[in-house]
Design a protein around this ligand. Structure first.
Ligand SMILES: [Zn+2]
Length: 232
C-alpha cells in the first residue's frame, strides 16, 4: 500500500525572502504541509505573469519609495526565468503620469510626484529581466484619471484574453495599492489569481496595510505562493 503523503514539508510563513529561506523554520508561524506530487504548481498554457509597477520611483531612493521594494527584482527574475523557459506570456504594468497628474500633491492628490512619463523614475527597475516580448501596459497616463489597478482604463484584460491567459501570477509594487487593486480587478474579470508573496512589498502607510491587503486578496480567492511552489 502506498501512502499518498510521501513527503512532509515545513514551510515558513510568507516574508521578505527568497527560495533558500524556506529551510529556516520559525515557530509558531511554521505550518506543516503535506506534500505529494500534485501540490507543486506546474506552469502550463493559459498562464501569464504580471509584474505590477516595478518602477524606479517605487524603489528605495525613488520619489515614492516602497520599503524593500528592490527585493521584488530578484524574486521576479526567478518567475521570469520559469515563464521564459516555457515561452509563457509576460505583462508589465507601469504608472505613466503627466507632470500635472491629479494624484500629485500640487493638484490636491496624496502622493509626491512619481513615475512621470518618459523620466528615469518611470523606468522599470534596473536588473528586472523583462523579456523583449513583454507586453507593457501604461496606466493613469492622463492628468485627470488615476488608477491603482493595471486594468483601470487600459486594455490589459483584452490583451490577456488575446494571449489565452486564464491563470495570472501577480506580484509587484505595492501590495496595498496597485497589486491589491490589480488582483481585485483580475478576479472580477474571471481570471484565476496566484499571488507572488515573495515578489511584492507594501507601502504600509498605516502599519499592517500590506498584511490586510494580502488577507483581503486571499479572501477574494487569490492563492498565495512562493517561487519554490513551482514544479522544477
Ligand atoms: Zn501613481
Amino acid at each position: 500500500m502506498t501512502c499518498p503523503l510521501t513527503i512532509i514539508k515545513l514551510e515558513a510563513a510568507p516574508g521578505p525572502d527568497n527560495c533558500a529561506r524556506s529551510a529556516r523554520i520559525r515557530f509558531p508561524f511554521a505550518v506543516v504541509r503535506h506534500m505529494n506530487s500534485n501540490t507543486f504548481i506546474r506552469l502550463q498554457s493559459g498562464d501569464a505573469l504580471i509584474a505590477v509597477d516595478v518602477q524606479i520611483d517605487f524603489l528605495p531612493g525613488g520619489q515614492l519609495a516602497v520599503p524593500e521594494g528592490n527585493a521584488v527584482v530578484p524574486a521576479f527574475n526567478r518567475y521570469l526565468a520559469a515563464f521564459g523557459a516555457r515561452a509563457l506570456p509576460v505583462f508589465a504594468t507601469r504608472d505613466w503620469h503627466p507632470p500635472n497628474h491629479c494624484s500629485f500633491k500640487a493638484q490636491g492628490g496624496i502622493w509626491p510626484p512619481h513615475c512621470v512619463a518618459a523620466t528615469r523614475g518611470a523606468e522599470f527597475a534596473p536588473g528586472l529581466a523583462l523579456p523583449a516580448a513583454a507586453v507593457v501596459v501604461s496606466k493613469a497616463a492622463t492628468a485627470e484619471a488615476d488608477s491603482y489597478s493595471g486594468f483601470g482604463g487600459t486594455d490589459l484584460a483584452a490583451r490577456l484574453r488575446a494571449a489565452g491567459a486564464k491563470r495570472l501570477f501577480i506580484g509587484g509594487l505595492a501590495t496595498d495599492y496597485c497589486v491589491l487593486n490589480t488582483v481585485k480587478d483580475a478576479l472580477a474579470e474571471g481570471f484565476e489569481v496566484l499571488l507572488l508573496t515573495d515578489a511584492m512589498r507594501a507601502v504600509d502607510v498605516n502599519p499592517g496595510d500590506g498584511a490586510r491587503a494580502q488577507a483581503e486578496m486571499q479572501q477574494l480567492g487569490a492563492r498565495p505562493i512562493h517561487c519554490e511552489d513551482l514544479a522544477p
